[in-house]
Design a protein around this ligand. Structure first.
Ligand code: NAP
Length: 295
């Protein structure tokens, strides 16, 4: 028996990873430990025989108990972006606890090329990767490209208005579906073996804004004009629409990173890990047509 811990288990990615562990890779429920800030949210997993633990990376002292007896651990990066520095501190606390517990394999969900990125939160990922490597623990870094799901937040409003403001310029991005990231992470955990490797999970194609807009427009059956603006103007526009400043800055920085070509990466790492091809953005948008038309 080998115990697999997944932190952040009530998040979208965490839930999908545990589903893939159970259903795709047939891991015994009794081998899985699901941890969340509020483990009571995981009662459905508990009913299946998954062990539940409370884990809040802001409470460093409590984390020894979270990693105790664990062979393979996945630290899912948190969404604590509002306070600069908080997320890296959280992740470092989790890495320290994993090292203290002597886990045999530590995996982490990162982002593509955090060492060469304009995205505001890239230093969190780079710092966590460095902390993992410095811990001396056997590791797997799983760098997830931009989710296709990210477009579902705004595209229905863009379609309603008939225009999409973007600061991607002519840059390309290789979006991947979150469920594919989850399946690949589950494959890493199910295999158990740490090879001190970094995988970059991307979709099958890199697309520019006009190509993404054409796919969305074709699926939705509505026109969508791409309006190319500067990152500074995009940030102002997003803030003007009422989103918090740090979100506006993060989204504008992500577009700037695409414009700079830093997200224009297509790898075969998803296929290496799962033996499958990743979902195309076209297939993703087709599956989520109702969400595109929801505004
Ligand atoms: N590649 C992309 O395009 C992309 C897009 C969005 C997010 N992300 C990153 O990928 C992660 C997972 O994505 P998702 O879609 O599952 O996001 P999500 O549903 O928003 O989940 C947020 C995650 O953060 C965890 N978390 C927050 N505060 C925490 C704390 N103090 N201690 C421990 N865990 C904490 C949550 O765990 P519990 O609620 O279970 O405690 C949950 O797993 C995100 O957290 C973010 O870092 C990547």
């Amino acid at each position: 028996m080998s115990k697999i811990l997944v932190t952040g288990a009530s998040g979208n990615l965490g839930q999908a990873i545990i589903r893939h562990l159970l259903e795709t890779y047939h891991a015994p429920a009794s081998d899985i430990v699901a941890a969340s800030r509020d483990a009571s949210k995981l009662s459905a997993l508990g009913a299946k025989g998954v062990e539940l633990r409370n884990a809040d990376f802001d409470d460093a002292a409590s984390l020894d108990a979270v990693f105790a007896g664990i062979d393979t651990a996945l630290i899912i990066s948190t969404d604590a972006l509002a306070v600069p520095g908080q997320r890296l501190t959280q992740h470092k606390s989790a890495v320290a606890a994993a090292a203290k517990a002597g886990v045999k394999h530590l995996a982490y969900t990162s982002m593509p090329n955090p060492d060469k990125s304009l995205v505001t939160f890239a230093p969190d990922h780079l710092g966590t990767e460095q902390a993992i490597k410095a811990s001396g623990l056997p590791y797997t870094i799983i760098r997830n490209a931009w989710y296709n799901e990210n477009y579902l937040h705004g595209m229905s409003h863009n379609l309603k208005a008939g225009q999409w403001f973007t600061a991607m310029a002519d840059g390309k991005v290789s979006n991947i579906s979150r469920d594919d990231c989850a399946r690949a992470a589950a494959a890493v955990l199910a295999k158990g073996k740490a090879e001190n490797k970094t995988y970059t999970l991307t979709g099958p194609q890199s697309l520019n804004a006009d190509e993404i807009a054409a796919l969305v427009s074709a699926v939705a059956g509505k026109p969508l004009r791409v309006v190319k603006v500067s990152p500074a103007d995009l940030q102002k526009g997003i803030e003007g629409a009422g989103l918090p400043g740090f979100v506006a800055e993060m989204l504008a920085s992500a577009d700037a990173n695409i414009a700079a070509g830093n997200f224009d990466i297509v790898t075969s790492d998803y296929e290496t890990l799962t033996g499958e091809k990743p979902q195309t953005s076209e297939a993703f948008f087709t599956t989520h047509k109702a969400a595109l038309l929801s505004a």
